[in-house]
Design a protein around this ligand. Sequence first.
Ligand SMILES: Cc1cc2nc3c(=O)[nH]c(=O)nc-3n(C[C@H](O)[C@H](O)[C@H](O)COP(=O)(O)OP(=O)(O)OC[C@H]3O[C@@H](n4cnc5c(N)ncnc54)[C@H](O)[C@@H]3O)c2cc1C
Length: 541
Amino acid sequence: MDDTPYDYVIVGAGTAGCLLANRLSAGGAHRVLLLEAGGPDTYPWIHVPVGYLYCIDNPRTDWRYRTEPDAGLNGRQLIYPRGKTLGGCSSINGMIYMRGQARDYDAWADATGEPAWGWAQSLPDFVRHEDNALHAAGALHGRGGEWRVERQRLHWDVLDAFAAAAVQAGIPATDDFNGGSNEGVGYFEVNQKAGWRWNTRKAFLDPARGRVNLRVETGVHVERLLLTAQDGGGWRCQGVQLLEGGTRRTVHAAREVLLCAGAIGSPQILQLSGLGEPALLQRHGIEPRQALPGVGENLQDHLQIRAVFTVQGALTLNQLANSLVGKARIGLEYLLRRSGPMSMAPSQLGIFTKSRPDKAGPDIQFHVQPLSLPAFGQPLHDFAAITASVCNLEPTSRGHVRITSPDPLAAPAIAPCYLSTDEDRRVAADSLRVARRIARQPAFAKHAPAEYKPGAQYESDDELARLAGDIATTIFHPVGTARMGRADDPRAVVDPHLRVRGVAGLRVVDASVMPTITHGNTNSPTLMIAEKAARWILAGR
Ligand SMILES: Cc1cc2nc3c(=O)[nH]c(=O)nc-3n(C[C@H](O)[C@H](O)[C@H](O)COP(=O)(O)OP(=O)(O)OC[C@H]3O[C@@H](n4cnc5c(N)ncnc54)[C@H](O)[C@@H]3O)c2cc1C
């Protein structure tokens, strides 16, 4: 037994965990322990933006999960990357800075009855930590915060042409996706500093490293929570049990344990601790403590459908990366100027628009890339092509994360259940039609685009939805598996202030708590959640 007295024990040094560790240890009044299963973020490819390709499915940086075979994907299983190192997913992600839409947060306020989740009230929690090199400081953007946002250090003529075509298709150009409505076409802003990845370790842990009241431990796998029954009913979380290099020990938290293990890790730890659907827990020999049927359910993710167009008369990464001269040019450009393809976020050009005119707002997002490949992990095609990857931002399919064993080291079953509703299949077909409409515009005609995937000969809803299942994959945004909700909502896992229902001294603070997925990438929304939670934790709310 380790009796070191900590006030707060944070499980997971990912996106949310690093911010929380910074905020809770500021001022020196509280003793904070931050526990991370992965190692330090010393693997060099973490920091070179294009290196994300080498971090995915790499045991040095990734949990290397696989999804269950998915009927909507015609039985395919996907690799399901989750960062396992300091910085968590912020160390291996695509670096796109995106808040989502104002209506995301207003819907969270409705779902929880807590007005603090509304857009107007959440905006200051985005701005608080922002250091935006592009927009002036004010109500919408911040400068001088920890979370660096920069312009990408390259552009591609072929993507400029696609952007012009999108404008011709009626989508407005935008130079700011983060003002509450992200409708439009433009280059994404990225979390980079001078051509290097900016992860949450650099942003939030480094400035706090000198604090004697913050201890960061890596290589420690948290197995379960320590729960004691309270007089009068309910439970209290006293700390955690962890495994470090084959040795098991416990650590105690005088005030709270904060679960920041992400949308896969947090529900898994809750279930292993007896908090979840009783039948599932009993099936694996775990004594149910508190019935919380929503734990691990409500999994939502963005599915990217990767439409590929071959192009003529344009340079794409396919040609560059497939020639020795091209590779040398890429390497030199990065060495000399920290620019060019090695500084490249995986997706450069963004488009938010409606899949059908009757939608209330933009419900699909394109990530347009000057490259194409048969599948993740495989070499780029040897012909010139772009990928217009498109996501449904309002998925109605719901999946789950469920333990498969009482062994904390066994991966849980992850079943996103993509395209399992008629509406999602319809949006898949419609979104491919939007891609075609853009590619057909005069501004893109000079590149003589030809649809390589799924193939222009397919036109019906059924064909397109089925083929989407062949070419789609996750865009890595699982959320919602320990969602927040009102006191009378039986499927809510945490209350509007993120306290686990029926368990004192325990909160979940990460992407798991989102009741509905945001209209956009999920990293910065997770930071906003942690920013708000830190204030509530310190105020004892
Ligand atoms: C490949 C990829 C690309 C992405 N691209 C983008 C993008 O461009 N823009 C964007 O906004 N979002 C992107 N995302 C999503 C975004 O990064 C995540 O939504 C966000 O990082 C989630 O933060 P989190 O704090 O919930 O979890 P994480 O950042 O995953 O943090 C969880 C941490 O907990 C640790 N942990 C888990 N279990 C345990 C345990 N049992 N014991 C100890 N530690 C544990 C993990 O190792 C990890 O460090 C991407 C994600 C991936 C994987």
